[in-house]
Ligand binder design. Structure first.
Ligand SMILES: *Cc1c(COP(=O)(O)O)cnc(C)c1O
Length: 370
């Protein structure tokens, strides 16, 4: 008799639905019979400037080494991060993207029957890593699309192992101050881990925005995750990292697959970290782009959620279907992100692009809504 292997999969995997990424440029170009350069993709919060020239040069220089396994410890990148962040190398865990880190923390600390607390409208990967280890994911209702930290602290129970906090949050762009996070951390039991996901850290300009790494000495149960995928412009290379106490880093490193960050990625990330000019222009382009987007939404009379990230969620006018607008934008070669799976069916999320890309998007949206 034929075996139904689905029944053999562990419980968490049976109910798992794969992460839905933004639509790739190649796919839409194929569907529309267009050239890839005529497609504007503002769907995955990628850096619109293209890679840092220093990162590209570092990749070229590292190319002859690709027959060798990479440095599994990632010494040079860890050293560069350690110098920049003022933390010990033994506090750093490298990930194949920071998504890897989210997976490590779930696998180290959560199991069948445990739970993980998250906010409503927060990153889809949290639910996926929770399910993967058989843990329940408790989503606490958001307030004004942001984390309700008081309610999240109150949701922690005896079975809670991890809380995921996203600052700023994707896809809503809302953010938390250092004081808010400190107050929250004081309420969290010492034996519950808090993963502070700072994927968009570099973009945030607000003076009282929390720098999770500064909070580490006060809170031994805190783990901060950052990435090279966004402001550092290296999404395809998959490099992220966690900063934590040395003991937590040791535990995370035990489940880290050997060689999880390849040598081209290690070299590029180290070079990007020192390309201050590139990061500064990324931030400048993002700041003016956010203003450009907001001006466009204001002109169209659309509501949006004020964002400190490199993306912004905007709301459909009454009786306009977001999926339909998404499809109509696709037909014009513009890819944005539907976020119905984040319980935001009336919204679409658009990443901030170059000035020209933003203008193309606003023009296409204006036509679709007219
Ligand atoms: C983009 C993003 C990440 C980082 O993903 P990588 O795996 O590093 O590419 C992590 N958290 C959130 C909330 C994000 O939006």
């Amino acid at each position: 008799m034929a075996v139904d292997f689905e029944k053999l999969a562990v419980t968490g995997v049976q109910s798992l639905r794969p992460y839905q990424p933004g639509k790739p440029i190649e796919e839409l170009a194929r569907e529309l019979g267009l050239d890839e350069k005529d497609i504007v993709k503002l769907a995955s919060n990628e850096n619109p400037l293209g890679p840092s020239p220093k990162a590209l040069a570092a990749i070229d220089a590292a190319m002859p080494e690709i027959t060798l396994y990479p440095d599994g410890y990632g010494f040079d990148l860890k050293k560069a991060l350690s110098d920049k962040l003022g933390v010990g190398m033994d506090q750093i865990t490298l990930g194949n993207g920071s998504s890897d880190i989210l997976d490590f923390i779930a696998r180290v600390f959560a199991n069948d029957g445990d739970n993980i607390v998250v906010s409503q409208h927060s990153f889809a990967i949290y639910g996926i890593v929770a399910k993967m280890v058989g843990a329940e994911c408790i989503a606490v209702p958001a307030v004004n699309f942001g984390h309700d930290l008081d309610a999240m602290a109150a949701a922690i129970n005896d079975n809670t192992r991890i809380v995921f906090i996203t600052n700023p949050n994707n896809p809503t762009g809302t953010w938390l101050t250092a004081a808010e996070i400190r107050t929250f951390m004081q309420k969290v039991p010492d034996d519950v881990l808090v993963l502070l996901d700072e994927a968009y850290f570099e973009y945030v300009q607000e003076a009282d925005y929390a720098d999770g790494i500064e909070l580490l000495p006060e809170f031994p149960n805190l783990v901060v995750a950052r990435t090279f995928s966004k402001a550092y412009g290296l999404a395809a290379l998959r490099v992220g990292y966690a900063v934590s106490s040395p003991q937590l880093a040791d535990l995370l490193n035990r489940v880290r697959p050997p060689f999880n960050v390849n040598s081209l990625a290690l070299a590029a990330a180290e070079a990007a970290l020192s390309d201050h000019e590139y990061v500064a222009s990324s931030i400048a382009v993002n700041n003016s782009g956010l203003q450009q987007m907001v001006a466009g939404f204001d002109k169209l009379g659309l509501d949006y959620i004020p964002s400190v990230g490199n993306f912004i969620a905007f709301k459909m006018p009454v009786s306009v279907d977001a999926m339909q607008v998404y499809q109509q934008l696709l037909a014009k070669g513009v890819i944005v992100r539907p976020i119905a799976n984040y319980e935001m069916a009336d919204y679409l999320r658009v990443s901030v692009g170059t000035e020209a890309q933003n203008a193309t998007f606003i023009e296409a949206l204006t036509q679709v809504l007219s």
